[in-house]
Every structure is written in C-alpha cells, then in structure tokens.
Design a protein around this ligand. Structure first.
Ligand code: UD1
Ligand code: CA
Length: 451
C-alpha cells in the first residue's frame, strides 16, 4: 500500500440498547480491552494514515477512550443517530481533506485484523471505486445481505428491507468498507433515507458507486473475524474467539500451558521465554511475565509485572501495581496491591501486602498483614532487604522495618524497627508449673461430690 494516504473512520455512536447496559456498547471489554480499543488497534498506523472516531452526543466516555487509545485520532460527534452513512458524515470535515482511501469500520466489530483492513484497501489501488468486506454467516439474521450479480456486488439489503428470497442469502456485509477517496464525499452526499427505518444507510453507497460507473468488489473473510456485537451473548462469543487466538499466540510464543482452554488472557499480556501457566489462571489487563516464571493454578493477576523465574500461586491474587523481582515467590492465599517485592523475597502463605516495598530476599511469614488503611488514607509499609517477619504479624502503616531485622511472630508493629534489630510486640508469655494438673484435679473432685 505504498504511498497511499488513508483515513479510517470508526463509527461508535450507536446506542447499543440490546446490550441492556448503562455503559455505551463499544466500551464493553473483550480480553480486557474495550471493543473500540480493539478496532482502533487494528486501524492503520504510520505515515499517511489518519483516524477519526464518531461518537454519540452523550458519550464523553467513548471520546475519552478513543483519545486514550489513539491520541492522534480526531473525535467527531454525531448529534442525532440517523444511521451509519449519517454517522460517517459527522466526520465530513476529515473526509473533505481528501485521502486516497477512505475506510469505514464499526466500533462494535472488535475481532477485525490489520491484515484484513489492508486486504480491503488493495482493490482501490487497482482502480475499484468501493470494496466491501463480506463473510458467509452461519445465521445471517440481522446482517445486511450482499446481492451479487455477474460477479459484481449490486446492492446490500438490510434485514428489515429484504424479501424472503433475499433473506435466504448467507453472504453478508461485515460492516467494513473502503472507498476511493476521490469519490467518497460525492457518494456519501447522495445517500438518502428512503427505507423502512428512515435511516441513512452506508450500504446504499453500493448502488451510487455503480451509477458513477465504478467497480464495486467484495473481499471475503471468515465469520469469526467480523462478528458484530449487538448483544451480551455476542459479546461472550467474541470473547471466546479472542481467547482462542490469544492462547494460540501464547503457545506459538513458547508458553507452556497444561490446560490452555482454562487460562484467560488479556490482549496485552506479554510473556518471556519458558513461562509455565498452570490451569485456571486469569490475566486482567496490563500483565507482563518474565522468563522462566511459573504461574500456579487458580491465580488472578491484573496490572502486574512478574520478574524472571518468579513463582506465583496457587491461589494468589496480584492486584494493580504489583511488581515482582527476579525469583520472588508469592504463595497460596496471598493478596498483593501496589507492592514492589524485590528479587528473591518470599511471601508464601496467607498474607496481604498492600502499599508496600519489600526488600530483596526478605521472608514474610504466614499470615502477615500490612495494615495500610486507617479508614481515610492509605499508608506505606517498607521492609528492608533480608528482613524476617514472623508469622501472624500485623504491620501498622506507615511503618518501616530495617534491613536484616527480625519481627517476632504474632507481633503488632506500630513503630519503625532499626536494621538488624529484633522487635516483638505481643503479650509476654507466662507459665505456672503444674497449674493444669491442679485445675483438672479440682474439677474432677467437684464433679464427684455432685453425684
Ligand atoms: C450494520 C450494517 C449491516 C451489517 C452489520 C454488520 C448498515 C446500514 N448496516 O448493521 O449491513 O451487516 O452492520 O455488523 O450499515 N452507528 C453510529 N451511528 C448511527 C448508527 C450506527 O455510529 O446512527 C454505529 C454503531 O455504533 C455501530 C455501527 O455504526 O458501531 C453499526 O451500527 P449497528 O446499529 O450496530 O448496525 P447493524 O444493524 O448491526
Ligand atoms: Ca452491529
């Protein structure tokens, strides 16, 4: 696609009422990323590529998401939802800048790939006026049908306007179209709203491009890539397709998974070499896993960086802001949040570490809790390198434990502890010799006397 300039317009102004959600449709997540972010990620990058997103008038959150994902994107508001062609015209100003190619994609079709966008653009360079992405639907209900005559696409018929014979057609409109930029505006301006819904249908472009004497071609792709999401059931199907892709990519990259079908990945999860993931692990967004790390079964991980040869779980929960150094160990029933756990440190059992820094090779005993919250603010716990925290200790933040220090088991630590000191904060142990014998004898005698 050398030297051709391209504008991609992503339509994201739909109400998505069939999602039965208070959240705009295109912000629903698939593999930890919004539908919109997936589409924007696949749209063209680099020299000569521009991006526009059309959002609804009451959808500031959609505009924010577009700007977060692609800061360079132009955001346009479609004041009234009068159909897909009307939505494109909300970005008229961008179209009028005159690009070689104009691509229109839907924000509710998240599985589309960059390769398919490129494949759709190719016929324009060869002289076509319009290229439409099509697919064979297992169940075409609800999709626009592609009417092909003599090898040319003659029209796209929306479900509501299709005759019984047309409804039997399974070749459907995927929703992505590529226009020759020199005719795009002229074509869009001619689209009317004389149909059963009274909407301006982008699909009417087909007939208009024909009338200009230009070729209209169909590029086919697989159904999985172009599933449009109108309902929660379709959202769940897209998730399945995306998970299958991500698992395959992880396996191809050398990740060992015993039961890949039970591992849930995010679109941005990254893995080093020789990583092993046991069954039933869930990755939220923003996780990186270093070389040789092992994630044991039933762990849940979000926005966390896992160092090389670290070990996590089974049954660990790493929350946002967790960072594990090389060879660090997080064991069962351990929760971490905003915690930097340096190389070789061990937090092996039944522990909460939040808002904390744990030095290299420190050992945190079973049942240790960082008491980071006073009901109003969060406070930090700092534990020095090589420190040893005895089991069942409460570290009341803000508090600092020095390098190499020892904390006696069962302590409640409220004051800083110096390097290499021993701190014990618990009741003194006392013992009374033979107390138990005397107690039992007295009780037995009293019981015998009652008989
Ligand atoms: C559309 C196509 C249909 C195709 C199907 C593929 C038209 C007329 N129909 O139908 O041929 O088979 O997609 O999934 O193009 N949108 C706006 N503003 C509007 C209306 C829609 O921005 O006024 C956006 C929506 O946010 C959505 C996209 O356009 O991202 C498609 O709209 P939707 O209502 O989902 O169209 P479908 O009925 O699915
Ligand atoms: Ca749709």
């Amino acid at each position: 696609m050398t030297g051709r300039t391209t504008l991609t317009i992503v339509l994201a102004a739909g109400e998505g009422t069939r999602m039965r959600s208070s959240m705009p449709k295109v912000l629903h997540p698939v593999a930890g990323q919004s539908l919109l972010a997936h589409v924007l990620g696949a749209a063209a990058h680099g020299d000569g590529a521009a991006l526009a997103v059309v959002v609804g008038p009451d959808h500031q959150t959609v505009a924010d998401e577009a700007r977060r994902v692609r800061p360079e994107a132009g955001v346009y508001v479609q004041a009234e939802r009068l159909g897909t062609a009307h939505a494109v015209m909300a970005a008229r100003e961008a179209v009028a800048e005159g690009y070689d190619d104009l691509l229109v994609a839907f924000g509710d079709t998240p599985l589309i790939s960059a390769e398919t966008f490129a494949r759709l653009r190719a016929p324009l360079a060869a002289g076509a006026g319009l290229a439409v992405l099509g697919f064979r639907a297992a169940d075409p209900t609800g999709y626009g049908r592609l009417l092909v005559e003599g090898g040319q696409l003659s029209a796209i018929r929306e479900q509501a306007d299709a005759s019984a014979a047309e409804q039997a057609i399974t070749l459907c409109n995927a929703g992505v179209m590529a226009f020759d930029g020199r005719i795009a505006l002229k074509v869009l301006e001619q689209i009317g709203n004389a149909n059963s819904k009274g909407e301006y249908y982008l699909t009417d472009a087909v007939g208009i491009v024909h009338a200009l004497g230009r070729d209209v071609v169909v590029i086919e792709t697989g159904e999985d890539e172009v599933r449009g999401i109108n309902t929660k059931a379709q959202l769940a199907q897209a998730e399945q397709v995306m998970q299958a892709r991500l698992r395959q990519a992880a396996l191809d990259a050398g990740v060992t998974m015993i039961a890949p079908e039970t591992v849930f990945l995010a679109a941005d999860t990254t893995f080093g070499k020789d990583v092993t993931i046991e069954p039933n692990v869930v990755f939220g967004a923003g996780v990186s896993v270093g070389d040789g790390a092992v994630i044991h079964a039933f762990s849940h991980i979000e926005k966390a960086a896992i160092g090389a040869r670290a070990s996590v779980g089974p049954f660990a929960r790493l929350r946002p802001g967790t960072s594990l150094g090389d060879g660090a160990r997080i064991g069962n029933f351990v929760e971490t949040k905003a915690a930097m756990i340096e190389a070789g440190a061990k937090v092996n059992h039944l522990t909460y570490i939040g808002d904390a820094h744990i030095g290299a090779h420190a050992n945190i005993g079973a049942g240790t809790i960082t008491c980071n919250y006073d009901g109003f603010d969060k406070h930090k716990t700092i534990i020095g390198k090589g420190a040893f925290v005895g089991s069942n200790s409460s570290l009341v933040a803000p508090v600092k434990i020095g390098d190499g220090a020892y904390i006696g088991s069962g302590s409640v630590i409220t004051k800083d502890v110096a390097d290499n000191a021993l701190a014990i904060g618990r009741g003194q142990q006392t013992a009374r010799e033979n107390w138990a014998t005397r107690f039992r004898d007295a009780k037995a005698a009293a019981k015998a006397a009652r008989k």
